[in-house]
Design a protein around this ligand. Structure first.
Ligand SMILES: [Zn+2]
Length: 315
């Protein structure tokens, strides 16, 4: 737990993920001077199986806890930023849909504002993460880049001239749902053969189990690459599918770089090195964009939520 910078405003960032809800208190030094370190941070499991109402209650409880920790430091947060998974309509303040949580058109911004009596900005988790990488992380120095989060699912965002692209219906850059060649598994989105079914942590674990009958995590698969042919085959398939999707991305948006985040980015060069090779093989028009690891790790959406809050005050 750190101390607040004296005199300046402070902000709460909340990241509502499929597995964990994180909330943190940021002062202006953390958000504007590049440190990106929260003053305090609270994490709780997302009660996704208990339904949308339970998730909203949990997010309010975690957020309230951080507001109280701020008050214990004699500070009142000026604004709250909430970054939520799934489809999010930032302008309307709606959590539109999430297959994982099961919510539909939840007016999350209005609910949090009413319960905590502090102004709230609602954002999409990956667009918020990409904003944080653009301002404070691996996207600094690249006006336009793609962000790919490879974790429980696969998602992305595209930053153009420093601004994450939202699209006409807040559905831009749904990279995880590009169909990849040879994939035939059903995806929670309702389609078949999406990138996410092959290259997410869940997809990798399921593919390994289908080949071997053994239940392991995607991180276990990464740890067995040197001496397990099944692990190597499953990993190579995931890498190839990611390269296929990124090559499409390169043709459509021509990013200066691709920032790789999400839990699987922790595999580092086990993922990035073969992915660079596979992408270079596929890109025929122009150079393949450099692939770099997220600098903010599993805090990118949380820091992004803090930035959304600061933006309410013109930050
Ligand atoms: Zn899908």
């Amino acid at each position: 737990m750190g101390a607040l910078s004296p005199g300046g405003p402070c902000f709460v960032g909340v990241d509502v993920g499929g597995t964990t809800i994180k909330a943190a208190l940021f002062d202006d030094t953390a958000l504007f001077d590049g440190a990106a370190r929260p003053v305090v941070e609270v994490r709780e499991p997302t009660p996704a199986d208990a339904g949308p109402d339970a998730v909203v209650a949990a997010l309010l409880a975690v957020t309230r806890q951080v507001v109280e920790l701020a008050q214990a430091r004699l500070a009142r947060p000026a604004a709250i930023g909430v970054a939520a998974l799934g489809l999010v309509d930032e302008a309307a303040g709606l959590a539109v849909r999430s297959a994982r949580i099961g919510w539909r058109d939840v007016p999350l911004r209005a609910i949090v504002e009413r319960e905590l009596a502090i102004p709230v900005a609602l954002g999409h988790d990956l667009r918020a993460a990409a904003l944080a990488e653009a301002r404070l992380g691996a996207g600094r120095g690249s006006a336009s880049f793609a962000f790919l989060a490879v974790g429980t699912g696969v998602g992305g965002a595209v930053v153009l001239d420093g601004v994450p692209l939202t699209g006409a219906h807040a559905r831009a850059a749904e990279i995880g749902h590009l169909r990849v060649a040879g994939a035939d598994l059903a995806c929670p989105c309702g389609s078949v053969g999406c990138l996410e079914t092959v290259a997410s942590a869940r997809g990798i674990a399921l593919a390994y189990r289908a080949r071997t009958g053994r239940t392991v995590t995607a991180a276990d698969v990464a740890g067995r690459l040197a001496d397990d042919a099944d692990a190597a085959a499953v990993w190579a398939r995931a890498v190839d599918a990611l390269a296929e999707a990124l090559a499409i991305c390169q043709l459509v948006v021509d990013p200066a770089a691709v920032v790789i985040g999400g839990g699987l980015s922790l595999a580092g060069d086990l993922l990035l090195r073969p992915l660079r090779g596979a992408l270079a093989d596929r890109v025929t028009l122009g150079p393949a964009p450099p692939l770099v690891r997220s600098a903010l790790g599993d805090r990118s959406a949380l820091v992004g939520a803090g930035l959304l809050a600061a933006r309410l005050l013109g930050g």
